[in-house]
Ligand binder design. Structure first.
Ligand code: SF4
Length: 315
């Protein structure tokens, strides 16, 4: 009897999940993206970070274990499969990738096959390992670094990331540039901001720190904390056909990339870098199987992709 109740409950939950995957609570068909290729493969290096920013979309902080730290052995089989599938770049995000012990070895391994990009906070873990990172210049492919500098104002940046982190991040950016690596910058986007004026403030700072003033600056909207349920409009199939077309739908990250996370010891493939807090986006343990099913735009962050064209990618 108890087993029957349990099975019925699991059945109902699955039905509910399937229904909510395809249909909004208002009964409209949800928007979706059909995976087209695997151009970029992201690895989540784990949610541990040296900083504890209250706004972190990953909820990362020192010692955090929501997602496990990756190792070279975890990465190797996925690199082989990704190369077979025609991947063009490996990208890494965290947490802070450079607190992962084997990070430089992992990069060195991936760079034997394809170019890489690393998202980092550019602070102590990077500054401490500059010598080691410099060795990656000898690899057959290039590695680039994107450092987060939230605001062009030190006090405001440090209020979120911790004292002196503004100065350290600029130092990290400038040291990596001096070593000959390509660098770019990620900042926060504010509603109704004057984009040009904000970017110009960053350009002035770039000059001050000896960086090229045409540095790529990527602005991100607020993605909200992991597991949160912000009240955003549902993205319906109608939205995706009326306001998007076949070409623009192919620019959504889930059309051309995947992200691998390590959870409870297993490497799992998720639809993109923005949805690792919802198991409905777990698409299996191999890249090939993850490319089969269309990706529903059920997650609240899908609205940011729809409304702002938010993309972590530079490919
Ligand atoms: S958040 Fe991810 S799954 Fe949703 S639309 Fe954007 S890229 Fe696709």
């Amino acid at each position: 009897m108890l087993d029957k109740v349990k099975n019925d409950l699991v059945d109902n939950l699955n039905k509910l999940r399937t229904k909510s995957w395809h249909t909004t609570p208002l009964g409209d068909p949800r928007g979706y993206i059909r995976p087209q290729s695997l151009t970029e493969l992201w690895f989540h290096t784990g949610t541990a970070c040296n900083l504890a920013c209250p706004f972190c979309l990953e909820g990362s902080k020192p010692g955090d274990t929501r997602l496990d730290r990756i190792t070279l052995e975890d990465v190797k089989p996925l690199v082989v499969e990704a190369v077979e599938l025609g991947v063009k770049q490996f990208s890494f995000t965290g947490g802070e990738p450079f607190i992962v012990k084997q990070m430089v070895k992992i990069l060195d391994h991936c760079l034997q096959y394809k170019p890489c990009m690393v998202l980092t906070n550019g602070t102590e873990p990077v500054l401490k390992r500059l010598k080691q990172i410099a060795t990656l210049k000898d690899a057959p492919h290039d590695v680039s670094f994107r450092i987060s500098i939230d605001y062009p104002d030190a006090k405001r940046h440090d209020a979120g990331r911790g004292e002196n982190s503004f100065e350290q991040a600029w130092q990290g950016l400038s040291e990596l540039h001096k070593l000959g690596f390509n660098v770019s910058l990620a900042r926060q986007m504010e509603t109704d901001e004057d984009k040009q004026a904000v970017d110009n403030q960053y350009r002035d700072l770039c000059q001050q720190y000896g960086l090229p003033d045409d540095l790529t600056i990527v602005a991100f909207p607020d993605f909200a904390l992991p597991g949160s349920m912000p009240d955003v409009p549902f993205v319906t199939e109608n939205c995706m056909t009326q306001y998007q077309n076949e070409l623009t739908r192919m620019e959504f990250m889930c059309a051309f990339s995947k992200m691998v996370i390590k959870k409870n010891g297993d490497m799992r493939v998720y639809s993109c870098t923005l949805v690792d807090d919802d198991e409905a986006y777990d698409q299996g343990s191999t890249l090939a199987e993850s490319l089969i099913e269309p990706v529903s735009m059920k997650h609240h962050r899908c609205y940011s992709c729809f409304a702002y064209g938010a993309s972590c990618s530079e490919t």
